[in-house]
Design a protein around this ligand. Structure first.
Ligand code: ZN
Ligand code: ZN
Length: 191
């Protein structure tokens, strides 16, 4: 049991590091690592399909909200009465999004969740997630929970409760062991 906990923490820290260092979403860094028979068999990050423009090439998140690359702002979206806040980074002009859900809507259309990316990668291999554990930095959303159920994973371990995450009960009802393990971000043995 203690050994399992130590490995759970290790893979979750690995997922957390993958997310922090490699996710290209301006809003949230999410990763999903699928481990089976003590081996990582797939790693998924949240983001656009490969070859597509990354979220962080379009959006920048600031304390006061999201800013969008001027090239991606339609003139009809510009508030002509009030001058929108601007931000210049690396010679590129970003304009403050008037709609706080601008990124949210764009993301729904263009970004794939980490869990779906991880499960999708397995389809290209000869392996599968049957009986595996999915380590996710954020609790899976409804759609990803359904995908994890369909992929027949046995366990889901997550670090942060995600505000849109209503899939936990769904997974538990399907017989998946769901474990919340907040991370201390320490790499030594914390047991
Ligand atoms: Zn994004
Ligand atoms: Zn999801």
């Amino acid at each position: 049991m203690e050994k399992q906990r130590l490995w759970d923490e290790t893979w979750l820290l690995f997922a957390d590091m993958m997310a922090e260092r490699h996710s290209k979403c301006a809003s949230k860094s999410v990763a999903c690592v699928i481990v089976k028979d003590e081996k990582p068999i797939s790693i998924g990050l949240n983001g656009t399909p490969s070859g597509h423009t990354n979220c962080n090439e379009i959006y920048i998140k600031q304390e006061d909200g999201f800013y969008k690359h001027a090239d991606y702002v339609a003139s009809t979206d510009l508030d002509m009465i009030n001058e929108p806040a601007r931000l210049i980074r690396g010679g590129v002009t970003y304009i403050k999004c008037t709609d706080p859900y601008d990124h949210h809507h764009w993301s729904k259309q263009h970004e794939i969740h980490a869990e779906i990316n991880a499960i999708g990668k397995l389809a290209a291999d000869s392996t599968n997630a049957f009986g595996a554990t999915a380590y996710v930095t954020h609790s899976p959303c409804h759609a990803c929970s359904l995908a994890l159920i369909a992929a027949r994973v046995a366990r889901v371990v997550y670090a942060v409760g995600y505000e849109h995450g209503d899939g936990l009960e769904l997974m538990r009802e399907s017989g998946i062991e769901v474990l919340h393990m907040p991370l201390e971000k320490m790499y030594k043995n914390t047991l």
